[in-house]
Design a protein around this ligand. Structure first.
Ligand SMILES: [Zn+2]
Length: 92
């Protein structure tokens, strides 16, 4: 689960951002064992699955698969957007 420290709770300022391909290439660039050229050819959804990461939340990298990528609530089969299975019906 998300850990939120007291300061963040008080201020309610939480940075929440969906990771994009550029983020993954930066993350991969820190690991000399990874082949960046191969990763550049992959789709962002494939990169999210490979790294098991989807979001940056207050600077912490998190795996929010199974939750809506917009509002981060748990996805339910009967309330998942038909346009994109990573979003709930409220967000897409
Ligand atoms: Zn949502």
């Amino acid at each position: 689960m998300l850990s939120i420290n007291k300061d963040q709770k008080r201020n309610k300022v939480i940075e929440k951002r969906l990771l994009n391909k550029k983020d993954f290439l930066i993350i991969a660039g820190r690991d000399p064992d990874l082949n960046i050229d191969n990763l550049k050819k992959m789709k962002v959804n494939e990169l999210r699955a490979l790294f098991k990461l989807t979001h940056s939340i207050d600077g912490n990298l998190k795996d929010m698969r199974g939750n809506c990528f917009g509002c981060l609530t748990s996805l339910r089969h009967d309330y998942t957007s038909k346009l994109n299975k990573n979003y709930c019906m409220d967000c897409l």
